[in-house]
Ligand binder design. Structure first.
Ligand code: UGA
Length: 437
């Protein structure tokens, strides 16, 4: 089937390539000419495991094209909208400028029977407004809201084999036609009996923000337990294991540490709160403000631990920061707790040298005031303090005996509870975890 994918960021670039992998003919469209030029040459504009491979093979089939001109969407039967919905400057609400622009600019190129498929994360109520715009244009196209649940670092796998599909459709026959068409697009997932929930627009929009709100709450819950563990001497990692054995709770997303970041969880819980307030139901999700506060406190906690460990050396001591991306296997530094900690320590006067396997360049572009290194040994050399803030395997697998020979003072703060505390202590390190002795 002929598809267009409008917006070629983390979501759209992966989606466009994956749809070719599934046998479709795709045009990817984005306003960013540099990004489009790179994609057209088969080069991903960001790091995502497996993307380079599927982009190369998709480009080789001749069934994947990229363009900056939305007119090139004409002729496609299904149009995916995967543009960003960032946090509005000076507000917690989502900025819908890009979604609105994508739909408005697409309208003249829609034909009778076309399907517009919204994948961006939007405040509840957006889809029905956009559906009206499409209907009023007289194009005869219809809208489905089909939220995306991919995780960065696993985006290719999550797109090709999603764990569930959610279609928010218009009522009646138009909705039924949309389901048939979208099932053709996702034929392999449907054949694999992937759970499918067909619902209305509002539910589909809410499913997405509810899922991210739940995950954020789970992380902040365990971080709140870490705060209690810190004043009682308890071990939050054992607590997480023990409660995680209860299948109703589950162990995943119960890793206490420096907290969540990235382009989704933080801004999505804020946008959800803002939208609920607009709807007169602010109290229903008021707990998400607490979730946000607990999360931000974890960053300050790491900075406080570092400040205490450095003492008088805060103003001239060298701090080796291991990690910049918001999680491993990604080069994304948006709202990254790791980068935030590095910036805060630098702001306090420490001589910060930060390292990351994939995101040094992205961090440097945002915060040129920090010192960076691609080499772990160089980062650790003569450090007065080491702070691990992103649990990349490269950092987790550092030999503590070797690392102790490089640093000036063997003191480490494990902001992700990712290291073997006993092994590090045995190698002479003063080890501090997050809510564990
Ligand atoms: C998140 C959701 O997991 C996806 O399902 C969703 O599709 C995506 O947002 C989105 O809305 O696009 P992602 O932002 O890639 O995916 O990252 P996560 O794997 O959810 O991790 C988010 C943050 O939580 C990271 O900073 C991670 O380090 C942190 N985290 C995760 C913890 O601090 N503890 C945990 O136990 C798990």
């Amino acid at each position: 089937m002929k598809l267009s994918v409008i917006g070629c960021g983390y979501l759209g670039a992966v989606h466009a390539s994956a749809m070719v992998e599934l046998g479709h003919d795709v045009v990817g469209i984005d306003v960013d000419a540099d990004k489009i030029a790179q994609l057209a040459q088969g080069r991903p504009p960001f790091f995502e495991p497996g993307l380079s491979e599927i982009l190369t093979s998709a480009t080789a089939t001749g069934r994947l094209r990229f363009s900056t001109d939305i007119a090139d969407a004409a002729g496609a039967q299904v149009h995916f909208i995967g543009v960003g919905t960032p946090q509005k400057p000076g507000s917690h609400a989502a900025d819908l400028t890009y979604v609105d622009a994508a739909i408005t600019e697409l309208l003249p190129y829609l034909a009778e029977g076309d399907l517009v498929v919204g994948k961006s994360t939007v405040p509840v109520g957006t889809a029905s407004r956009l559906a009206d715009l499409i209907t009023d244009s007289g194009s005869g196209a219809s809208l489905v809201w089909n939220p995306e649940f991919l995780r960065e670092g696993f985006a290719v796998q999550d797109t090709i084999s999603p764990d569930r599909l959610v279609y928010g459709v218009a009522p009646g026959e138009a909705g039924e036609r949309s389901v048939t068409l979208l099932n053709e697009v996702y034929a392999s997932a449907i054949a694999a009996e992937t759970p499918l929930v067909v619902t209305d627009y509002a539910t589909a929009e809410l499913v997405k923000v509810a899922a991210n709100a739940f995950l954020a709450t789970k992380i902040s819950f365990i971080n709140a337990m870490a705060e209690i563990a810190e004043v009682t001497g308890a071990d939050v990692t054992q607590l997480a294991d023990a409660i995680g054995f209860d299948a109703r709770i589950g162990r995943r997303f119960l890793n206490a540490g420096v907290g969540f970041g990235g382009g989704c969880l933080p801004k999505d819980i804020r946008a959800f709160t803002a939208r609920a307030e607009e709807l007169g139901r602010g109290e229903s999700v008021a707990f998400l403000k607490e979730v946000d506060q607990i999360n931000l406190r974890r960053r300050s906690h790491v900075v406080d631990l570092a400040t205490a460990a450095l003492g008088e050396r805060l103003h001239d001591g060298k701090v080796a920061v291991l990690g910049l991306s918001f999680k491993p296997h990604s080069d994304d530094v948006r709202d990254s707790p790791a980068l935030d900690v590095a910036v805060q320590l630098h702001g306090l006067g420490a001589d910060v040298v930060a390292s990351d396997p994939k995101s040094v360049e992205n961090a440097q572009a945002k915060h040129p005031q920090l010192r960076y290194s691609h080499v772990i040994a160089e980062t650790l050399q003569d450090a007065d303090l080491v702070v691990l803030v992103t649990e990349w395997p490269e950092f987790v697998n550092i030999d503590p005996v070797w690392a102790a020979t490089l640093v000036k003072t063997p003191t480490i703060i494990d902001g992700r509870n990712a290291l073997d505390a006993a092994a590090w202590r045995a190698a002479g390190w003063t080890y501090t975890g997050m809510g564990r002795p």
